[in-house]
Ligand binder design. Structure first.
Ligand code: G4P
Length: 290
């Protein structure tokens, strides 16, 4: 299955990001903790390495991700000495509160009024960039009380006199090389349902869940014998359990697909990661062999 990405958009975003990055001290890259490699845009890495900028890599949405897999990803990313990896959720104010200190530690020569710390938040759609930005701004409002909420000059938003965030550049699309990345991104809602058919995504997700988290499928849907099931049986079984039928009496595969995706996205199925550093390396090796 081929997934489109848009070189036109990418070129414009790349140019803008490259220009802005020159004046930044720390790049904050937000990824989805459930799929930290598939939700990276390699352009961020390329540009920040070119400009020699340190990176605070935020693995966001850990409330939805498998804690063991997340810990393995943090260790993996921190093999690069210019990266601090931080696993968090924007849902916890205490997690958000640590972001600026972690960024500051990466650029200790900055962070005073004459040399404010300048950060840039980057990442593909739907990883939580705006939520993080709003949470950071809210904290500032809470702290400084009666000052205006946002002091905005050209492209900088000042959180306080010593700390500024450069406006996010244009949309960065995920660069999808492996088809499984497209499916994982669609399952996690980073690319829209129009890009891929929900039923195909749900069947793929069911296969992944059978492989990685069969006990969660068992617990949520009461399947007796997950060992004998495939992805289609999982989705169809869900339609049967919930009594989803289309006119004429057949099982409603479309509705069941939607429900499975909803249960995964909302966390109702449990805390799930769709890749670990090991499974990522194995998938890449297999892909490159082909
Ligand atoms: P973006 O700017 O990177 O595009 O992402 P945005 O902040 O708009 O967040 C995308 C979705 O992710 C939002 O949900 C937001 O509430 C959710 N989100 C952000 N941070 C977290 C987190 O730490 N944990 C969880 N569970 N969710 C988080 P939404 O608008 O309902 O979209 P969707 O989830 O239906 O796709």
């Amino acid at each position: 299955m081929a997934i489109q990405w848009f070189p036109g958009h990418m070129n414009a975003a790349k140019k803008k990001a490259a220009e802005q990055m020159a004046d930044v001290d720390v790049v904050i890259e937000v990824v989805d903790a459930r799929l930290p490699a598939a939700s990276c845009n390699p352009l961020v890495e390329e540009l920040r390495k070119f400009r020699s900028k340190p990176c605070l890599k935020i693995l966001n949405k850990i409330d939805l991700a498998d804690p063991e897999a997340t810990a393995a990803w943090v260790r993996h990313f921190e093999q690069d000495s210019s990266v601090t990896a931080y696993a968090m959720t924007t849902k916890k104010p205490a997690d958000v509160a640590k972001v600026i200190d972690k960024a500051r530690a990466l650029a200790p020569h900055r962070g005073v009024a004459t040399k404010p710390l300048r950060m840039m938040i980057m990442g593909i759609p739907n990883v939580g960039k705006s939520t993080l930005m709003n949470a950071l701004l809210k904290r500032r409002v809470a702290k400084v009380g009666d000052e205006p909420a946002v002091t905005k000059t050209q492209q900088k938003i000042y959180l306080d006199m010593n700390t500024a965030i450069i406006d996010t550049p244009g949309l960065l699309w995920p660069k999808i090389e492996m088809p499984s990345d497209g499916l994982a991104l669609a399952a996690s809602h980073a690319i829209g349902a129009n890009a891929l058919i929900e039923e195909e995504v749900a069947t793929w997700l069911a296969e992944e869940l059978l492989r990685r988290y069969p006990q969660l499928l068992q617990a949520r849907y009461g399947y007796k014998d997950v060992a004998s099931m495939d992805g289609i049986a999982v989705v169809e079984g869900l339609a049967q359990k919930r009594g989803y039928r289309i006119r004429g009496g057949d099982w409603d595969f479309e509705k069941a697909s939607h429900m499975l995706l909803q249960d995964y996205r909302s966390g109702a199925l449990g805390r799930i990661s769709l890749e670990t550093p090991e499974t990522r390396a194995a998938a890449l090796a297999l892909f490159q062999e082909q």
